[in-house]
Design a binder for this molecule. Structure first.
Ligand SMILES: Nc1nc2c(c(=O)[nH]1)N[C@H]1C(S)=C(S)[C@@H](COP(=O)(O)O)O[C@H]1N2
Ligand SMILES: [Mo]
Length: 425
């Protein structure tokens, strides 16, 4: 089998599919027959698309939301079923990073309380020398990871369904699933060990093709089907490139809701790749599958023939750091601020329209090349009344934000220009 390292999931995924059809693939602990059965069961779940709330939440006395540990003050976060989205106005006047108190939380079930002293990363599979098994894996404890050379980098984590609400609100094509506005995104400074370092210490072989981290949170049950623990394979090329096993977030130990003691951080890729509370990790010489890369997190629907392709790389988006329906003073000049981002590369330019056409926004130079870009523009609401603000960005690869986002059945990657209402008084 070819071991060309792929950074592009679409490419890698096509190879996975060919190998699957050739009978060479396994779905982690799932046989091919089971996979086909699973696919059939999953198609009955079309309506229960990604990012639905869990069917049942275990009672947990800690925190305001039963599934989330940290407080959810209304001025910082808005509940979205068992999840919480950041309020964009809570970023006005903040620095580059999203502080941990307002970072969005996306939980398929609920935040588990894990003990760093007994926690173990457990690597197994035929992509490691000696083929360690799930029951007799290569183990790393918390202290082992902290003793390895660390890397710290800013990275953006965004839910693939971020912006889904606007398929209904702006385009009249509602999609079921969590109705995120734009707050299912954040940038933090993550510190940890490159996954590549750990894989090499664990005895990575040259013919490994997939790495599948699995969370230690409870199995995800949706539409009456138990999909097992959250897990999604990563092509080895991406796993060896810039993926981190992170144990710190913005200089603090990883908060419980964000994956304590250790999570995966996959820069540029959809949030589901960044598995929290990671425990088991299969390393395989044959392609791996899970519901999170077969029936979920793929682009299905008109314009996406066949199996649609994986929804790996985030789209281009822009947000104003203003409340929805913000009140501004008529006739008084004000500074509008916001941020833009893209999974494909840094932002090149941003334009804002306050009602008289598109004008370039001023970019914060220090942010150039980073995972998102702060910008600002001056605006004086000419008269009292309702106004619509729009912002659109272009990334360095030339990807732009269209007026209308392309539809897909599961409502991923909304990239249309958002019409942000404000009232001048
Ligand atoms: N184990 C586990 N990892 C997970 C999830 C989960 O429910 N369980 N949710 C995923 C999804 S869909 C997203 S968008 C991100 C959200 O990360 P955050 O909660 O730290 O913002 O975590 C991902 N990792
Ligand atoms: Mo997500």
């Amino acid at each position: 089998m070819s071991t060309t390292l792929s950074h592009d999931e679409a490419d890698h995924d096509a190879r996975r599919a060919r190998q699957w059809l050739a009978g060479q693939a396994r779905g982690g602990a799932v046989s091919r027959a089971e996979l086909i059965e699973l696919a059939a069961a999953m198609s009955a779940l079309a309506a229960a698309a990604d990012d639905r709330g869990p069917v049942a939440l275990a009672a947990d006395p800690v925190g305001v939301d039963p599934g989330i540990v940290k407080p959810l003050p209304a001025e910082l976060l808005t509940p979205v079923e068992s999840n919480a989205e950041m309020r964009w106005e809570a970023m006005a006047g903040q620095g580059y990073m999203v502080p941990n108190d307002r970072f969005f939380v996306r939980n398929h079930t609920h935040t588990p309380r894990l003990d760093a002293d007994t926690w173990r990363l457990r690597l197994f599979g035929d992509g490691l020398r000696g083929t360690p098994t799930r029951d007799a894996p290569v183990e790393f404890g918390y202290a082992d990871l902290r003793a390895l050379p660390a890397v710290e980098l800013p990275a953006l984590v965004e839910c693939a369904g971020n912006g889904r609400h606007f398929f209904a609100a702006q385009q009249d094509t509602p999609v079921s699933g969590l109705q995120w506005r734009l707050g299912g995104v954040g940038v933090a400074r993550w510190r940890g060990v490159p996954l590549a370092t750990v894989l090499r210490h664990a005895g990575l072989t040259a013919d490994a093709v997939d790495v599948m981290p699995e969370g230690l949170d409870p199995p995800y049950v949706t539409g009456g089907v138990d999909l097992g623990r959250v897990r999604r394979p990563l092509p080895i090329g991406k796993a060896l490139d810039d993926v981190l096993l992170a144990y710190e977030m913005n200089g603090a130990p990883l908060p419980a809701d964000h994956g304590f003691p250790v999570r995966v951080v996959v820069p540029g890729w959809i949030g589901i790749s960044s598995v929290k509370w990671v425990g088991p990790m299969e390393v395989s010489t044959t392609p791996l599958f899970s519901p999170w890369n077969t029936r979920l997190y793929r682009m299905f629907g008109p314009g996406h023939p066949g199996d649609g392709g994986p929804a790996d790389v985030q789209s281009v988006k822009s947000a104003f750091e203003l409340p929805w329906d913000a009140r501004l003073a008529a006739g008084v000049e004000t500074t509008l601020t916001g941020r833009s981002w893209s999974g494909a590369g840094p932002i090149d330019r941003v334009e804002v329209d306050t009602g008289d056409g598109w004008h370039p926004a001023t970019l914060v130079e220090a942010d150039r090349g980073g995972p998102w870009q702060r910008w600002s523009t001056r605006w004086c609401p000419p008269t009292a009344g309702r106004w619509t603000l729009r912002a659109r960005a272009v990334d360095v690869t030339g990807r732009v934000q269209p007026d209308r986002a392309g539809f897909n059945d599961l409502g991923y990657h909304f990239d249309g220009v958002i019409r942000h209402p404000v009232t001048a008084v």
